[in-house]
Design a protein around this ligand. Sequence first.
Ligand SMILES: N[C@@H](CCC[C@H](N)C(=O)O)C(=O)O
Length: 278
Amino acid sequence: MRIKAIKMDGCGNSFLVVDEMKTPLAEMDKVHLSKAMAIQHDTDGILYVNFLQGMPTMRIFDRDGTEETMCGNGLRCATRYFRDNYIPNDCFTIMTGDGIKHVRTNNHTVEVNLGKVREYQQINEQLHFVFTGVPHVVVIGYCIDIDTARNLGRSLRTEKSLCEFVGHPEGVNVNFIWLEEDSISIRTYEVGVENITQSCGTGSAASAFVASRVFETAFPINTRSLGGNLEITYDDEYLSISGLTRYQGRITGFINTPFTKPVSPAYYWPREYAWDSL
Ligand SMILES: N[C@@H](CCC[C@H](N)C(=O)O)C(=O)O
């Protein structure tokens, strides 16, 4: 079976977009396929886009093949894909694992409304917890290097007592934040990618919310991550994130379906980048 995907990123948070209207896939194939494609093409996850009962929908599978409820930057990329291919409007809605989300585009800039802040709790002076579609711990501190953030993030992400305390025994994403003159800087250790990513939309929103309480920073808040900046707004308890999205290229591959067991990615997914300006 031939599969086509588009490589995109939102502030460096990278995804392959698989359009299920063009490439219908069996549910059982998605876990193996997602893991294989994400590793081979070095992306943080795979976005499956489709229309279900007439409604645009997005599903996100992380690099390790697990499905997540939400992904802020992924939703921004999916929004741009829908706008450019199917929905010639600036404002519309997309169904996600975390419910219906309102989205808005302005050329390459995409804003998505993540909904109301949920489950906020201050754990101690340095640690806070916020649910913005997926669970996020926010650690307040000072400028941290990548290796330290990766090591600390990895141990906090599965720290049993912390995860149980915040009600998410499955694990949490970890954001290290510090205050800059005109913004906050963030390094996010992401569940499912199991590494620091270039940017995390839901993590940036959670971090901005915590910064507004701890540093009394006024919204809109600019967040700086390795891959770029996002603007976070807070309106009537609803958090929105806005920033640039990019196309990186088209990918074509072939798979034998259905999968019965995990297969080496290179076996069925040849590299055929055709970089273009889409
Ligand atoms: N990068 C995403 C967040 C993805 C969620 C995370 N990988 C998880 O599994 O919880 C974003 O932009 O929000």
